[in-house]
Design a protein around this ligand. Structure first.
Ligand code: ZN
Ligand code: ZN
Length: 126
């Protein structure tokens, strides 16, 4: 499997007992299914283990459009993350795969953490 953005090869990376994602050996983008992505959002420290690329590289790659899915080669579409509209992901309409540029999982998780904090503060009445 080759990275749809920088064409380097992608390696299989495991997290925990049953989460498997593909990570690019070049730009460190991540490829997994939406279902796996949902799991990664819930797993503590998944971003620290998996998302090791440079956010600057990821930000640059994020503007690449019309990339092909590394799994089934359908053209991927850019979608806004349903929960955090500032984050744009590349989603495959054919196989349910999703590509995250380096740094995006970290962004997602830190935004989620901020939401938790805000929620807690609002419960305390300020
Ligand atoms: Zn890459
Ligand atoms: Zn696909």
């Amino acid at each position: 499997m080759d990275c749809p953005k920088c064409r380097a090869s992608m390696e299989t990376v495991e997290f925990g007992t049953d989460i498997v994602v593909k990570r690019c050996t070049g730009c460190h983008g991540l490829f997994c299914s939406w279902q796996t992505l949902q799991r990664l959002r819930e797993e503590w420290l998944s971003e620290a283990v998996l998302d090791q690329g440079s956010a600057a590289v990821g930000a640059k790659q994020n503007s690449m459009l019309d990339i092909s899915c590394p799994d089934c080669s359908a053209t991927m579409v850019a979608v806004r993350d349903p929960k955090q509209s500032l984050i744009t992901l590349d989603s495959c309409p054919a196989c349910d795969g999703v590509f995250l540029d380096a740094g995006e999982l970290t962004n997602m998780k830190s935004a989620t953490l901020m939401d938790h904090v805000r929620h807690l503060l609002s419960k305390l009445g300020k």
